[in-house]
Structure formats: structure tokens, C-alpha cells
Design a protein around this ligand. Structure first.
Ligand code: GLC
Length: 532
């Protein structure tokens, strides 16, 4: 069970309104009580913060805003002492334009590092070399007037793409992995991996017939020649060989927003790639029982033999689950996430039901919102500080103004308040994580869907193949009461998302309240497999 920390908004320890490493250290006990196994920390490297750390100016340092290398080492030891593993964010596709490599590369056409980035001559009309677009709006090429060539950037101009076809770049970037693995980190979340290579012939991307005004301008084109190119697989395998050369299994988690069939390639031939290519499909699947059941079946069926699944409900780039579905269904979503096979990743704040916080125009920080305003692409609303306690600064900061605003309506209640409330979202997350730890069938057991005749109910069984123990999960994705006939011939309620009932015996039918999810253990007495 992985927990994503967005460090700028987790805990500020020095009163500058920005979260930092000593802040994370001070809050480790929250994560232990919550019950996760590992933290993934979004980038903490030296950075001009054009993209809030995803523009790295030094891959082997710590930005002063977050602390020092000594703070980092202390955090890793303290986490390990508590049985928590630490996963760093690795940003191989691009560096910052202030990285010394790019500064040199830009200095002249014949600089030894010129070929460390992707430089091309202008098109005959002086414009960009081809039609490729930046994810954050505008062309993916920026002209360096001094040397008369364009550099390529899948994201901001301040994030020039590294040239992974250059063996020296590849070695330097693989050394970065070694640097942190030597320091004891337990793995990496690998940023934007699908962007690592582009077509060498620079062919234009074709137009996207499905693009409509209001969608991201980058989606005007289909990224045939800028995404998911074949060469990426060998680079992934090289990263994996390094991780595998260290003791105690280090994990590699790849960020790739791809259709299921393409995503599976990132497990690598004979599982020589990422252990966990992030599965983002719950973020885009309609919240309907039939659609989610079909997604689970399709994803499970597509997994290569021996591949381990994973699931995600949110991250620092996507609208929060409690905003997408509303607070009642966010609880049901938590039960889904934490009862599916594989590794779940929880995004900071999900465990207290944080929602997107509206950001007034004068407080916008995200470069995406600044470059493409008004389309709702900006990610600031999902990156606001965690409210730890009631009161000014919410226990996040002693500064007068945190870098992004706290929610104004005082919702959700703070971590401290929710810890005292036996029916809070936090109590639900703790109960779900504890149940998942107590019942190995929930993480590693077999998955089988269970048919019910109640619409808007998603039901499935998880079976511990070692003990034969069977758990049935029923999730009411609607807000009407449901009766599930023959759901559990003989069973016992282990957990309800409402946290108002547990332990009751189930004999055949099972009632589900509006927006309620349940986990039921099937009685061993019933023995044979029962059809619902
Ligand atoms: C990934 C990150 C996102 C960042 C982008 C560029 O998608 O999750 O936050 O802006 O890569 O590094």
C-alpha cells in the first residue's frame, strides 16, 4: 500500500508556507497509524520550480525549500525504523533549462553536450521543425536565437527533453538511480515514461478528429510519433537491471497514461520492465457498476503471466476523487481501491476526503493553468495543503499565507478532528487498511466478479488461495437502498463504509444502504461455492 506525498503541501516545518522534508519526518506517525507500507515523494531536487519540482536542475541534490541531503537521510532512516519504505520520483524525460547540462548544451552548436538534448534546425519557413505540441500548450519547440536551432520539450520550454539516444545521457541518468539506491531508497516512481523517445525522423503527428474546443490544445494531435515509441522498452529494462542489482527488492513504478494493451508492454518482456506500470484507468472510467466491472475484468485479463496489478484513484495531476464523485461515493471508492487485487496507491489527502479547492486567479501557481487558462486544466486545486488541525494555518504552516490556499469552508475536517471521529473518512481508511493487512486474500487473493440483479451494485469475491477463505464485497454506486438476494448464504459483515454496523450475521439476502459498500466474510459452513 503506497501513499503519495506531494511535499510542498504535506507539512511545513520552517514557516515559509511550503512543505518540506523535516515536515514529512514529523508526520510519519500519521502514515504508520494509517497503515501504509511505502511513501512515494514527488520531486524534492533542486529546481527553479517552473513545474514545481518536475523541472530538475540537479538530480542528486535536495532543493533548499525542502531541506538538505542530511534531512533526506534522516527521513529515510526514520521511515525505515517504522517499517515504511521510501520511493523517490525520477524524472528522466527532461531536466530543467537551468540544469548545467542544458546550460552547456545551449552554449553553442559544437558544445560537447549539444547532443544531450534534442536540437533541430528550423523548418524552411523559419518556424518549428514540425507540428509537435507541448502538453502544457503551444508548440513543443522553442527557438534558441543565439544558436539558431529549436529545442524540443514535451512539457514547458523550461523542461527541455533529454536525448536518451545518446549513450552518455543514458549512463548519466542511470547513475542517478544508483546514487539514490546507494543512499537506501526503496524504489522510484518514474515520471512521464511514455515521452522518453520521439520519432527520429520527426514525422508530423496526425490531427485528432475527436478534439473539440474546451479540450486541452495538446490533444488536437494524436501523439503517434511523440509517445510510447519502441525504444523506450530497452531503457526501462536498463532501469530495472539497476534496481535488481540491489538487495531487498527495489520497486519501479512507471507513469504512463496509456490504453490497457499498450500499458502492459511496460511490464517488459518476461517481466523485465516496471514491477508496476501505473494503472490509471479508474480515473477515466465512468462511475457505473457495469463499466468498472468490465474494466477490472479487462485489466486482469490483459496482465502478462505473473504480473502484479495496481490501482490508483487520484494523484497530484487529477481532480480529487471526492470532487469527482462527491463525498458519499468517495467512501465507496476507497473500499474499491482497497479491496482490489494488487498494489493500491493513495494520494495525500484522500484519506480525509479532501476535495479540489477553488483557486482565485491571482493565486494560480500551476504553469499549465497560466499557459492555458480557463479550461480547468490547472492542477493547483488538487495540490492544496493538508489540514492537520483546526485554526489558522491548519497545523500545516505558521506562515500567514501557505503557497496555495487552504480550503475556506473548513471542509474536510482536519486530520486531528477526524481521528477523534469514529465514523470519519480517516477512520474508514484506517479500518480498510487494517482489514487489508489482516486479510491477505484482499491483496493477493483471486478475483471473481459476482453477479447481482441490483443495478448500480458492483460485487465481487476475493478468495485467499492458501486458506480458501472467501470475502465478498458489494459496493452500492448509487444512492438508493438495495437488496441483494442470495448474496451470502451464510456470512458475517466485516466492514461497512458507513462504519455504523459490523459483525452482523448475513443469511442469504443482504441489504445495502444508499452509497454503502460492505465486506462480508462467507461462513466456512456454507462450504461449496454459491452463486449469487
Ligand atoms: C508528470 C507529472 C506532472 C508533471 C509532468 C512533467 O505527468 O506527474 O506533475 O507536470 O510529468 O514532468
Amino acid at each position: 500500500m503506497i501513499y503519495q506525498i506531494y511535499p510542498r503541501s504535506f507539512q511545513d516545518s520552517n514557516g515559509d508556507g511550503v512543505g518540506d522534508l523535516p515536515g514529512i519526518l514529523a508526520r510519519l506517525d500519521h502514515l504508520v497509524t494509517l497503515g501504509v507500507d511505502a511513501v512515494w515523494i514527488s520531486p524534492v531536487y533542486p529546481s527553479p520550480m517552473a513545474d514545481f519540482g518536475y523541472d530538475v536542475a540537479d538530480y542528486t541534490g535536495i532543493d533548499p525549500a525542502f531541506g538538505t541531503l542530511a534531512d533526506f537521510d534522516r527521513l529515510v532512516s526514520a521511515a525505515h525504523a517504522r517499517g515504511l519504505r521510501v520511493i523517490l520520483d525520477y524524472v528522466p524525460n527532461h531536466s530543467s533549462d537551468r540544469h548545467p547540462w542544458f546550460v552547456e548544451s545551449r552554449a553553442s552548436r559544437n558544445n560537447a553536450r549539444r547532443d544531450w538534448y534534442i536540437w533541430r534546425d528550423p523548418a524552411p519557413d523559419g518556424g518549428p521543425p514540425n507540428n509537435w505540441l507541448s502538453e502544457f500548450g503551444g508548440p513543443a519547440w522553442t527557438l534558441d536565437t543565439a544558436t539558431g536551432q529549436y529545442w524540443y520539450h514535451a512539457y514547458l520550454p523550461e523542461q527541455p527533453d533529454l536525448n536518451w539516444r545518446n549513450p552518455k545521457v543514458r549512463e548519466a541518468m542511470l547513475d542517478v538511480l544508483r546514487f539514490w539506491l546507494d543512499r537506501g531508497v526503496d524504489g522510484f516512481r518514474i515520471d512521464a515514461i511514455h515521452h522518453l523517445f520521439e520519432d527520429e525522423r520527426l514525422r508530423d503527428n496526425p490531427p485528432n478528429p475527436e478534439w473539440r474546443p474546451g479540450l486541452s490544445p495538446a490533444r488536437r494531435l494524436i501523439r503517434t510519433h511523440t509517445m510510447d515509441q519502441p525504444e523506450v522498452q530497452e531503457a526501462v529494462a536498463a532501469m530495472r537491471r539497476i534496481a535488481d542489482s540491489y538487495p531487498d527488492q527495489r520497486v519501479l513504478i512507471g507513469e504512463a497514461y496509456l490504453p490497457i494493451d499498450r500499458l502492459m508492454a511496460y511490464y517488459g518482456a518476461e517481466l523485465s520492465g516496471f514491477q508496476l506500470p501505473f494503472n490509471f484507468h479508474l480515473l477515466s472510467t465512468p462511475w457505473k457498476a457495469s463499466a468498472i466491472a468490465a474494466l477490472i475484468e479487462r485489466y486482469e485479463a490483459a496482465l502478462p503471466p505473473g504480473a502484479w496489478p495496481n490501482w490508483v484513484l487520484g494523484n497530484h495531476d487529477r481532480s480529487r476523487i471526492a470532487s469527482r464523485l462527491g463525498p458519499a461515493q468517495a467512501r465507496v471508492a476507497a473500499m474499491l481501491l482497497l479491496t482490489l487485487r494488487g498494489t493500491p496507491t493513495i494520494y495525500q489527502g484522500e484519506e480525509i476526503g479532501m476535495t479540489d479547492v477553488p483557486i482565485p486567479p491571482e493565486r494560480v501557481q500551476d504553469p499549465w493553468e497560466r499557459r492555458v487558462p480557463g479550461l480547468g486544466l490547472g492542477r493547483d486545486p488538487v495540490r492544496t495543503p493538508v489540514p492537520w488541525e483546526a485554526g489558522a494555518g491548519a497545523g500545516f504552516t505558521s506562515a500567514a499565507e501557505p503557497w496555495l490556499p487552504l480550503s475556506e469552508d473548513g471542509r474536510p475536517a482536519s486530520v486531528a478532528a477526524q481521528a477523534r471521529d469514529a465514523s470519519s473518512v480517516l477512520s474508514l481508511y484506517r479500518a480498510l487498511l487494517a482489514l487489508r493487512r489482516a486479510e491477505p486474500g484482499l491483496s493477493v487473493g483471486a478475483y471473481a466478479s459476482v453477479a447481482t440483479d441490483a443495478d448500480e451494485v458492483l460485487a465481487y469475491e476475493r478468495r485467499d488461495e492458501v486458506t480458501g477463505r472467501r470475502l465478498r464485497i458489494a459496493l452500492n454506486l448509487g444512492n438508493r437502498r438495495r437488496e441483494l438476494v442470495g448474496f451470502a448464504p451464510s456470512g458475517r459483515l466485516l466492514l461497512s463504509t458507513h462504519l455504523t454496523r459490523s459483525g452482523e450475521a448475513i443469511r442469504g439476502a443482504m441489504r445495502l444502504g444508499p452509497d454503502e459498500g460492505v465486506v462480508v466474510e462467507l461462513g466456512s459452513a456454507s462450504g461449496t461455492r454459491t452463486e449469487a
